[in-house]
Design a protein around this ligand. Structure first.
Ligand code: TXA
Ligand code: MG
Length: 339
């Protein structure tokens, strides 16, 4: 635990520490230290109007950060914390504007990863942590991704191996009425509806729970790879047929092609002279989620002219979040439903 102690000291001194959470790696800074938080934005090249999530060890630690804790927040915390749910609540004066981008609210989460928990408990600080990627790169799900994006810009990286979930937390705004999911994630709509029957999906621009702005993570193209990615949506048979046609079209023009393919599609794609990257089995969305960002990065590393992928069609709690991230990563989308 000497490493955790060193990391905690580094945070207390205003340093930047990347650490694993169950979702993705975070780039942590002392949340109440303005200068440290400014360094997070500089390292990531993140625009200052994109607020950060504050991580705490347990719900008892949120009192100094918020002005009131609605009953619903306690219910959600009892059900989903520690875990991949972020709640947007009214902030207290103690939270610096740098963290919240000047909003009247603050996003808070209790991560479940043992290293994140150990770090929070050792440092005894709220830790502001966005995903530890350079702005507009896929979130890091392995320590090597953090090294690639930020290695020379931060003080320490705690390597906890690949993260389990692989997609960022679900963000829910409890300051709007009814509460609104600003970003789909591992805590799915069904689980939230069980606690909040009238929960909305997508930001409410009219009511201004978040000053009328969508969460910046909701901006299209937030996670885009450098190589253009065309996403084929809709039923499997038609999407595969369209994808094969598109691949052939590029190959005829002597362009190199990479396909992010589900294992079950390979049989039908065999024979195409393209690079394949394995998204895993479509019938196992948890496995697809955990490797999605690594595969998007590998897609860029192929150095091909274009990337193609088919969106997941299975009905599973994680499918909405996977679909959302693949859409954001894509430069073009085609809808190929037979209906
Ligand atoms: O799983 C996760 O949430 C990871 C790990 C490290 O915890 N963190 C993460 O942070 O994904 P980041 O900064 O990449 O995404 C935070 C999202 C952004 O979409 C941001 O706009 C939104 O949370 N957010 C933060 N504070 C907010 C606020 N006060 N109101 C509305 N949205 C907010
Ligand atoms: Mg991010």
């Amino acid at each position: 635990m000497a490493l955790i102690r060193r990391a905690a000291e580094c945070l207390r001194a205003g340093g930047l520490v990347a650490f694993p959470t169950e979702t993705v790696y975070g780039l942590g800074a002392h949340a109440l230290d303005r200068l440290a938080v400014q360094r997070v934005f500089a390292a990531k090249e993140r625009p200052s109007n994109d607020p950060l999530i504050v991580h705490v060890a347990a719900i008892d630690d949120i009192d100094p950060l918020v002005v009131d804790i609605p009953r619903l927040a306690r219910e959600l915390a009892a059900r989903f914390w520690p875990g991949p749910l972020t709640m947007v609540l009214r902030r207290s004066e103690r939270v610096p504007d740098e963290v919240t981008a000047g909003l009247g609210t603050v996003a808070i989460r209790v991560p479940s990863h043992p290293i994140a928990q150990a770090l929070l408990r050792c440092a005894q600080l709220p830790i502001a942590a966005p995903s530890a990627n350079r702005f507009s790169r896929p979130s890091p799900t392995r320590a090597a991704h953090v090294v690639a994006d930020l290695g020379d810009r931060i003080d320490m990286i705690l390597d906890g191996g690949p993260t389990r979930v692989g997609l960022e937390s679900t963000v829910i705004d409890l300051t709007s009425h009814p509460p609104a999911v600003l970003r789909p994630g591992a805590v799915d709509s069904g689980a939230l509806r069980a606690v909040i029957p009238d929960v909305r999906f997508g930001p409410d621009r009219a009511e201004g729970g978040t000053a009328g702005l969508p969460a910046p993570g909701m901006l299209p193209k937030h996670y885009a790879p450098v190589t253009p990615l065309t996403l084929f949506e809709g039923d499997r048979t038609t999407a595969i047929r369209e994808m094969v046609r598109a691949a052939q079209h590029h190959l005829d023009r002597r362009q190199s092609v990479g396909i992010l393919a589900f294992a079950g599609d390979l049989e039908q794609l065999r024979g195409l002279r393209v690079h394949f990257l394995d998204l895993g089995s479509e019938s196992d969305p948890a496995a697809v989620a955990s490797r999605l960002y690594a595969v998007l990065r590998e897609g860029d590393e192929l150095g091909v002219d274009t990337l193609l992928a088919r969106n997941i069609t299975t009905d599973h709690p994680l499918s909405t979040a996977i679909q959302d991230r693949l859409r954001r990563a894509s430069t073009h989308r085609t809808q190929s439903d037979r209906s």
